[in-house]
Design a binder for this molecule. Structure first.
Ligand SMILES: Nc1ncnc2c1ncn2[C@@H]1O[C@H](COP(=O)(O)OP(=O)(O)OP(=O)(O)O)[C@@H](O)[C@H]1O
Ligand SMILES: [Mg+2]
Length: 250
């Protein structure tokens, strides 16, 4: 695949479940240093696309490359090294319920590095402070608000200092105050530790705040891709319906 320097490249990706088509030829390239917001109604395949791009799910057809190397045909063990250069923030935070906040964030470091306990502790504290949760080490996920859980999930995804981060609905299911906090956090992270990202979201205001490029997924394809200003002016009927709120829940 081409696009030199593009950390994520997707070409003509197809995916169906039990004969039901979900993705029907999605193509895009993510440029280094940019954030792409993928938007679309509920059930349109945003999570499926993100999982395919992150190497967590295989497409039925098409090509997916991470850091210039095709992963769709790669064996699982080989893919791990590439996947480790990425971070994934799951839709429901997906914390380990029996582990403390500290252990949740330390988990990738313990699994994938040989850092000493002192270095792990420093690194975990640095990332917990970054997401606004210093001093929460000993808490269990059940003691956290939804917004705090999301922020721990973000700290865990960032602690390995990935080159690309995939966020799946980071503001969904939060009250307006927490949604704003998480939006502002992601906007802040863009200027520092995470400048290349794909953000899946229903939240148009949030997308406009963090994205250089926006793509609207509709009926298995990107109805349009462009800057937020270009998307606002899109001549696509489906994009305009999405912006008008008609396609958010489908
Ligand atoms: N493992 C699976 N097995 C069968 N069907 C699946 C599977 N994963 C996803 N689907 C189906 O694929 C479609 C797209 O799902 P996906 O989770 O990607 O939607 P989404 O756009 O992320 O929705 P939401 O905004 O609600 O999170 C849905 O119809 C879903 O039921
Ligand atoms: Mg989803």
């Amino acid at each position: 695949m081409s696009a030199p320097g593009s950390p994520v490249e997707v070409r003509e990706v197809w995916k169906a479940f039990e004969q039901k088509p979900v993705l029907c030829g999605v193509s895009f390239a993510l440029a280094k240093g940019t954030t792409l917001a993928v938007m679309g109604g509920s059930g349109t395949g945003k999570t499926v696309l993100l999982r395919i791009v992150a190497g967590l799910l295989r497409p039925d057809a098409g090509q997916v490359a991470l850091f210039g190397t095709r992963i769709d045909t790669m064996r699982e063990e080989q893919m791990l090294a590439l996947r480790r250069r990425t971070g994934f923030v799951f839709q429901g935070a997906a914390l380990f319920d029996s582990l403390s906040v500290f252990e949740n964030v330390a988990f990738p470091l313990r699994e994938h590095t040989s850092l000493s306990l002192g270095d792990i502790t420093d690194r975990v504290h640095r990332f917990l402070s970054l997401v606004g949760l210093p001093g929460t080490d000993g808490l269990l996920p059940a003691a956290l608000s939804g917004g705090m859980r999301k922020r721990v999930g973000i700290a865990r995804a960032l602690v390995m200092e990935p080159e690309v981060v995939f966020f799946d609905e980071p503001t969904a299911g939060l009250d307006p105050t927490n949604a704003r906090l998480v939006s502002e956090l992601i906007a802040k992270l863009r200027a520092g530790v995470c400048d290349t990202a794909i953000v899946v979201t229903h939240d148009l205001e949030f997308a406009e705040m963090v994205a250089d490029q926006m793509a609207i997924l509709h009926q298995g394809r990107f109805a349009d891709v462009g800057t937020p200003a270009e998307i606002r002016r899109s001549t696509s009927h489906d994009v305009q319906r999405f912006l008008a709120g008609e396609l958010r829940e489908s």
